[in-house]
Write a protein that binds this ligand. Structure first.
Ligand code: NAD
Ligand code: DAU
Length: 349
C-alpha cells in the first residue's frame, strides 16, 4: 500500500485515523483524503498535517458519489488501497431526512467499489468502515459476533448494512480484496457535538440541559477513537481478504451512567464552576423512534487472530476526551458558531 485513498478523512474517525497513520505508524506511502465537507467535515480536524507529513498528504474536496471526479482521483494519485469512512453517520438525522444516507452510504460505496473493480490490477485493499448498528438491538444478554444476522433498525443502519452487503458481494463475485470492520460507539477528540458524549460535555460545561432519551437505560459499548484506528490499521495490514472483523472494547454502559460520569468529572475539574452538581442539568426527553436498546461487541476474532488490544479504559478515555474539549475552546467555538463552514465556503467555494 503506497497510495491510499481515505474517504471522509475530515470527519471524526477519519481525521483521527489519518493523524494516527501519518504521525504514529511507519506507513511509508501517501494519503489522498477525499471529503465532501458536509456539516460533519472540518479540515481544521487535520490542521498541521500537511506540514508535518512532508508531501505525503493531499486533500481533495469531492463527493464520493461523483463518478467522474472519483475516477480522475483514482488515476491522478494511482490509488492502490482504500480506507472508506465517508458516510452520513448520525442516526437522528437519518430519521428526519434519510435521502443523503442512501446516496452517500449506499450509492457512494457502490461508486467506489466500481472504481476499485476497474482498477483491480493495482488494488491491494478496500477496507470498509462499518458499525455494530447493522446487527440491530440486543436483549439483556449476549454479544454481536461476526456471525450475528443483520437486522438494522434505522435508516442509517439500514444504509450501512446495504453498503456492507455490496462490499462483501464484490469480493464474492469479483474477488475484490476487501475487509470490513464493524465497530461499536466511538468517542474522543474532534467528534462533532451532535453525538451524545461531546454534546453532553459541551452542554454541561456551559450549564445547559443534558438531554437523555427515554429512560436513559439504553446501553452502548464505547471505544476510544484511537483504539478504533489501531484496529483498522491492523486489519488493513493483516486481515484476511473477504473477512469481517468486529471492533470493540468491552465497555458497555447505560447512557445515564455516561452522562453522570461526564458531570462528575467536570464537577471535579471545577471548570466554569458554580457549586451545584452538573447532574442537576440532566433532562429526560422524548425517546428516539426505533431506539436500539443495547449494543455489545464481541471482538474475540480480532484479538485472537490479529492480536489487537484496545489501550484505553472508558474512565481514562473519557477523562482525556473531556480534557481535549476543554483545551480546544477555539475549535469548539468555530464548530458551534458555524464559522468553520464560512471558512470552507471561502476556501473551497
Ligand atoms: P462523521 O460524520 O464525523 O464524518 C463523516 C465524514 O464523511 C465527514 O467528513 C463528511 O464530510 C464526509 N462525507 C459525507 N458524505 C460524503 C460524500 N458524499 N463524499 C465525501 N465525503 C463525505 O462520521 P464518523 O463518526 O467519523 O464515522 C466515520 C465512519 O465510521 C462512518 O462510515 C460511520 O458509519 C462509521 N462508524 C462510526 C462510529 C461512531 O461511533 N462515530 C462507530 C462505528 C462506525
Ligand atoms: O454503534 C455505532 C454507532 O454509534 C455509529 O455507527 C454511529 O455513526 C454513531 O453516531 C453512534 O450511534 P448512536 O446513535 O449510538 O450514537 P449517539 O451519540 O447519537 O447516541 C448514543 C446514545 O445516546 C443513544 O442511545 C442515543 C442516546 N442519546 C443521544 C443523544 C445525541 C441521548 O440520550 N441524548 C442525546 O442527546
Amino acid at each position: 500500500m503506497k497510495n491510499m485513498l481515505v474517504t471522509g478523512g475530515c470527519g471524526f474517525i477519519g481525521s483521527n485515523f489519518i493523524r494516527y497513520l501519518l504521525e504514529e505508524t511507519n506507513y511509508p506511502g501517501r494519503v489522498a483524503n477525499v471529503d465532501q465537507l458536509t456539516y460533519a467535515g472540518n479540515p481544521e480536524n487535520l490542521s498541521g498535517i500537511e506540514k508535518g507529513s512532508s508531501g505525503r498528504y493531499v486533500f481533495i474536496k469531492a463527493d464520493i458519489c461523483d463518478q467522474e471526479i472519483m475516477a480522475q482521483i483514482f488515476d491522478d494519485y494511482e490509488i492502490d488501497s482504500i480506507c472508506h469512512f465517508a458516510a452520513e453517520s448520525h442516526v437522528d438525522r437519518s430519521i428526519v431526512s434519510p435521502d443523503a444516507f442512501i446516496q452517500t452510504n449506499i450509492v457512494g460505496t457502490f461508486n467506489l467499489l466500481e472504481l476499485a473493480r476497474t482498477h483491480q490490477e493495482r488494488l491491494q485493499r478496500f477496507h470498509h468502515i462499518s458499525t455494530d448498528e447493522v446487527f440491530g438491538s440486543l436483549g439483556k444478554e449476549g454479544f454481536f459476533t461476526e456471525e450475528t444476522r443483520y437486522q438494522p433498525n434505522s435508516p442509517y443502519s439500514a444504509s450501512k448494512a446495504g453498503s456492507d452487503h455490496l462490499v462483501r458481494a464484490y469480493h464474492q463475485t469479483y474477488g475484490l480484496p476487501i475487509t470490513i470492520s464493524n465497530c461499536s460507539n466511538n468517542y474522543g477528540p474532534y467528534q462533532f457535538p451532535e453525538k451524545l458524549i461531546p454534546l453532553v460535555i459541551l452542554n454541561a460545561f456551559e450549564g445547559k440541559p443534558l438531554p437523555v432519551y427515554g429512560d436513559g437505560r439504553h446501553v452502548r459499548d464505547w471505544l476510544y477513537v484511537r483504539d478504533h484506528c489501531t484496529g483498522i490499521w491492523t486489519i488493513m495490514r493483516h486481515g484476511k481478504r473477504g473477512e469481517t472483523y468486529n471492533i470493540g472494547g468491552n465497555n458497555e454502559m447505560e447512557n445515564i451512567t455516561v452522562v453522570e460520569m461526564i458531570c462528575d468529572i467536570l464537577d471535579e475539574l471545577h471548570t466554569g464552576a458554580e457549586n451545584r452538581s452538573r447532574r442537576e442539568l440532566i433532562t429526560f426527553v422524548k425517546d428516539r423512534p426505533g431506539h436500539d436498546r443495547r449494543y455489545a461487541i464481541d471482538s474475540t476474532k480480532l484479538r485472537q487472530e490479529l492480536s489487537w488490544r484496545p489501550e484505553e479504559s472508558f474512565e481514562s478515555g473519557l477523562r482525556k476526551t473531556i480534557e481535549w474539549y476543554l483545551g480546544h475552546q477555539a475549535w469548539v467555538d468555530r464548530v458551534k458558531s458555524g464559522e468553520y463552514q464560512s471558512w470552507i465556503k471561502e476556501h473551497y467555494g
